[in-house]
Design a binder for this molecule. Structure first.
Ligand code: FAD
Length: 498
């Protein structure tokens, strides 16, 4: 007879730990005891500040009011990411969320646009995106779905948040839902005869027993790595950055509704404006640049006064060989890491939680479920990895050994195939439910200067004048919509100022 689980133990109370605790408490309706152990002696990473739109679904699952959440996390809105100096020094483009143009019944918008572009007639791709046009104008409003086909109904947003405040906020939710928190440092874990974890032992001598253990202990990977010795697959030959130096600075005069990612000689720098401060970080390769030089470069490129000393974080790009091993599931930094170039870490926490809910085990821990969970996790991370590699590889920069390496590096076959397809015909292949959309790939491919040799033959089926009128019309409507939107700062002031 099937025996359901009684107790889940979560080790770690960073963003991953508290997101997992809150979600599991919500979906188990008190039928499973959820325990979380965290140590105030061991700091969280606490710099996960830029998110993607799916976080809104997570908050909705928990019944969180968006304005209250924004006040609690000092959040601002995010319409996309501005990339500067990536394809070449001086280049600038946006990876905006949401659609560009409309999909016709036959072809994706970009095929028509590409035809005009190749004829030297199509203007700026991003003028056909409400998110991009609003971001450029520093304006914001939430999508108004009552407006039917208007671009104002299609605005897609995410947030810039203070990740430490988010974890604290979720803790309140999780504890209200019955999660039991223990303060204490985990020393080690005890195993059952079958190699499953039986309990964790704290410095106080207390032991916490459970049936399913979620390792949210951050880069340490206390259970998945130290206890179960699950191997790690390194991706630094494709993603050579392995450090970040971070520093908060005073808010600038304008609240930007987008993340800025500026390429530097040995990596890139982020700028994320929150309500109370600006988050800054310089991600770099330690082979190409020393910590002092990386910190000095960051400090020279702040647009407000630094509010602390710069702090260096080390990481290894890659993932656990199995994110679910025996009765331990790793979520968050314990499961692997890819740099925050496309703000995917918190999303990966969220999707791991969704997958865990889908494959929630009973005491039998069916190997087929575990294998499928791991297969889906692998697929998801590999496709995100490819997207990140594209940003480094698609460049004409030759100003440093770092960029020369990235331009010439070998690529994973999956990315090579995508690039070949785009270069040949302007088609974008998206497989299964990989995270980034065709429109996401389009913006990075075009934004970083990779031009296809041809366009879709069926885009020639319409007269050029008809496509031209359609593009003109789309741009004009978007411009009128943006003119009606309030500034990002005014919108926050009116609805969700902390
Ligand atoms: P942590 O924050 O490290 O938390 C680990 C927890 O485990 C802590 O509570 C700690 O006390 C506890 N713990 C550890 N050891 C023990 C022990 N022995 N006993 C008891 N408790 C223990 N993500 C994004 O989505 N967007 C971004 O813009 C972004 N930027 C990032 C920039 C950098 C440089 C880095 C490194 C990460 C970034 N991330 C970003 C990732 C994001 O910060 C993390 O994915 C997210 O915060 C989850 O972290 P975590 O909870 O797994 O780990």
């Amino acid at each position: 007879m099937q025996q359901n689980l009684d107790t889940v133990v979560i080790v770690g109370g960073g963003t991953a730990g508290w997101m997992t605790a809150a979600a599991l408490a919500k979906v188990t309706h008190g039928r499973v005891t959820i325990k979380l152990v965290e140590s105030e002696e061991i700091a969280t990473v606490g710099v996960g500040e830029s998110t993607i739109p799916m976080i809104r679904h997570f908050n909705q699952l928990l019944g969180i009011d968006e304005n209250e959440f924004m006040r609690a996390t000092q959040a601002t809105f995010k319409l996309g990411i501005e990339f500067r100096d990536w394809g070449a020094i001086g280049d600038r483009y946006l990876h905006a969320f949401g659609q560009i143009g409309h999909r016709s019944t036959t072809l994706a918008f970009h095929h028509y646009w590409l035809r005009m572009h190749q004829a030297g007639l199509a203007p700026d791709l991003w003028a056909h995106s409400i998110n991009a046009a609003a971001a450029r104008a520093h304006r914001f409003m939430r999508a108004d779905t009552s407006l039917g086909h208007s671009p104002l109904a299609e605005i897609v947003h995410a947030f810039h948040i203070d990740a430490s405040l988010y974890a604290r906020y979720l803790r309140r939710h999780a504890e209200k839902l019955g999660v039991q928190r223990t303060e204490g440092r985990v020393l080690d874990a005890q195993l059952q005869e079958n190699g499953h974890v039986r309990s964790v032992r704290l410095a106080s001598g207390a032991q916490i027993e459970g049936e399913l253990f979620i390792d949210c202990s951050g880069f340490r990977g206390l259970l998945i790595g130290q206890t179960l010795k699950t191997g790690y697959e390194h991706w630094n030959h494709w993603l050579p950055c392995d450090r970040a130096v971070v520093v908060p600075s005073a808010s600038g005069p304008d609240l930007l509704p987008f993340t800025r990612a500026t390429a530097r000689p040995a990596g890139w720098q982020w700028r994320i404006g929150l309500q109370h401060r600006t988050g800054n970080g310089h991600v770099y390769s330690s082979q190409a640049m020393g910590d002092d030089e990386a910190a000095a470069l960051l400090m020279r490129n702040l647009d407000g006064e630094a509010l602390a000393e710069p702090r260096v974080l080390r990481f290894e790009s890659g993932r656990r060989r199995k994110v679910w091993n025996r009765n331990v599931v790793a979520i968050g930094l314990a499961s692997g890491f890819m740099e925050p170039l496309e703000s995917t870490s918190i999303h990966l926490v969220q999707s791991a939680i969704a997958r865990l809910i889908q494959f929630f085990p009973d005491q039998g821990f069916n190997p087929a479920d575990i294998a499928e969970f791991n297969r889906q996790s692998d697929f998801e991370t590999e496709r995100i990895r490819d997207f990140l590699i594209l940003h480094y590889h698609a460049t004409t920069r030759s100003d440093s050994a770092f960029w020369n390496h990235c331009r010439n590096m070998d690529l994973p076959d999956t990315l090579r195939d995508k690039l070949d397809l785009w270069r040949a015909s302007g088609r974008i292949a998206r497989h299964g439910d990989e995270l980034f959309s065709e429109v996401g790939w389009l913006q990075v491919l075009h934004g970083q200067g990779i031009r296809p040799a041809a366009h879709h033959p069926l885009a020639d089926a319409l007269p050029q004048s008809e496509i031209n009128d359609y593009l003109d019309d789309t741009r004009a409507v978007i411009q009128r919509c943006v003119a009606q939107m309030p500034s990002h700062a005014d919108f926050i002031q009116a609805h969700c100022a902390a």
